[in-house]
Design a protein around this ligand. Sequence first.
Ligand SMILES: [Zn+2]
Length: 200
Amino acid sequence: MPNDEAKVTGADSDARSQRVELVWNALRGVPDPEIPPVSIVELGMIAQVRIDTEGIDGGAVDGGGIDSGAVDGGAATGGVVVVDLTPTFAGCPALDLIREDIRKAVQGAGEADVKVNVVFDPPWTTDRITEEGRRKLKEFGLAPPGKRCTGGELPDLEKTACPYCDSTNTKVESIFGPTLCRSIHYCDACLQSFEHFKAV
Ligand SMILES: [Zn+2]
């Protein structure tokens, strides 16, 4: 982020990147409400973390009723931590909960003022899920999404690999599971139904 204020020194920017790193660490501890073993960072939901000390980010995006009383005072924590959140699915109802969890986590890392922007550009895709995130999805019994085909065509849901036995002898039971994000499948090999995190 360009900053042409002459008083900003190298030390300031070092301190700032340290704070950003601490915020990332805090975010790694924020679980996805629907898939608690997987963090929102592992799901690729955090597009950007930055510290805004210039007050240019004053849009009314953050509607939360957080009491951000003594904000710009602290020397060590001046400025607003801005977290850009890319929601996994626009229809996921857990978004408000996630925003609240992000605020709490970042405040727990010593930041007084946190703003969570919901951004749709660039859009979240399942390709943003980290390898560790995919592994945990599978452990959770949720078949991880396939990588998207380059042509933009979604993989065939009918052949989703079972997270329990890895068989692809499965069929779709319902295109919409408990949330829009998931579909429900049945494995003909181990005779269990499972959910699949749909690729988008
Ligand atoms: Zn199976």
